[in-house]
Design a protein around this ligand. Structure first.
Ligand code: XMP
Length: 326
């Protein structure tokens, strides 16, 4: 019978068999899949695993800490954090085109991860246990979608980590290959992965970089982070997290409108709330979030984030609108 305990036991045994005494590297994104995959491999082989977290500075409030502190505390993984925030800001400076942003973020991510992987591999080599394996959080639906091919080295491009160069040859460990998302969550809970991570809604690899309409800079990221944190807090408080697929908050950074806040006129920015319901993100509808919840979010954002003086609601289904604005 399927219990998360049995599944963990089976997967742990097969990871041990596959890995032997080799060293293993895993990229963490803060998302459910990579976190549960890493926790499983950690359970199986302990300190033979090194996780790498590239902090690109495009995560939401509290997410980097969740990986660096809570996840590490819960699982005991050996974590290397690469603070690449300035590097990403520099690379994105002045860029407004969505596809260009995505390409830049993807490219920089691969470069930073690749260098970190080399560093980790170099260390492990000295111990006589070369890094031979790379953990991937591939799920069963991904396997089916991509024709069931199992691979070495190359990482699916829709994940955060793109293709790695040929001279970094790893075999893949994909412990979640036979699981669906809800099973991955059960396994994560069984392994003690923090609930905030296990129940995290989808979040795009390019992060807040594609939720700022206009060029990305540190100040705009800070504004969006504060607004997004309020929206998330109120949706959670209203008990809507499991009803809503996700709710991007989008900063229209190049748009300004006149408002009146406190004692006087302001000339601030709008944010757009984009709550959607969906089964698989291929199609989506806008979520009918109760008016009082929307009102609380709007009031709090315009009161607490002084740069924002207007909150708009996106009522477009997908198609024609995508979930993200970029
Ligand atoms: P769209 O905007 O295409 O998004 O309707 C569909 C789903 O995919 C997420 N998304 C991404 N996830 N890397 C990711 O890992 C990406 O580049 C990316 N772009 C969009 C989006 O949040 C939604 O859940």
């Amino acid at each position: 019978t399927w219990t998360s305990e049995n599944v963990v036991d089976d997967l742990v045994a097969s990871i041990r068999e596959q890995v032997g005494d080799a060293s293993v590297i895993c990229g963490l994104s803060g998302g459910v899949d990579s976190s549960v995959a890493a926790a499983l491999v950690q359970r199986a082989i302990g300190d033979q695993l090194t996780c790498v977290f590239v902090d690109h500075g495009l995560l939401r409030q509290g997410e980097a800490e969740q990986v660096e502190k809570d996840f590490v505390a819960a699982t005991g993984v050996d974590l290397v954090v690469v603070d690449a925030q300035q590097r990403f800001l520099d690379a994105l400076a002045g860029v407004t085109d969505p596809e260009t942003k995505r390409k830049i973020i993807g490219r920089e991510f691969i470069r930073v991860f690749e260098q970190a992987a080399r560093d980790v591999a170099g260390t492990a080599d000295a111990d006589g246990h070369p890094v031979k394996f790379l953990v991937q959080g591939t799920l069963y639906p991904d396997v089916v979608e991509s024709g069931g091919g199992s691979g070495t080295a190359n990482i699916k491009s829709h994940h955060n980590v793109g293709g790695l160069p040929d001279d970094l040859q790893f075999s893949l460990i994909e412990p979640l290959r036979q699981l669906f998302k809800d099973e991955v969550r059960q396994v994560g809970l069984e392994l003690g992965v923090p609930e905030e991570i296990v129940w995290r809604q989808p979040f795009p690899g390019p992060g807040l970089g594609i939720r700022i309409i206009g060029a990305v800079d540190a100040e705009r990221l800070d504004i969006l982070r504060r607004a997004d944190a309020i929206a998330r807090e109120e949706l959670t408080r209203a008990g809507l997290d499991r009803d809503i697929w996700q709710c991007p908050v989008v900063l229209l950074a190049d748009v300004r409108s006149v408002g009146v806040q406190g004692d006087g006129r302001t000339y601030g920015h709008p944010v757009v709330l984009r709550p959607v319901s969906s089964e698989d993100a291929m199609t989506a509808d806008w979520s009918r979030v109760p008016y009082d919840v929307l009102a609380r979010i709007s009031n709090r954002i315009t009161n607490e984030v002084e740069e924002i003086n207007r909150v708009a609601l996106d009522v477009t289904s997908k198609p024609p609108g995508t979930i993200e604005w970029e």
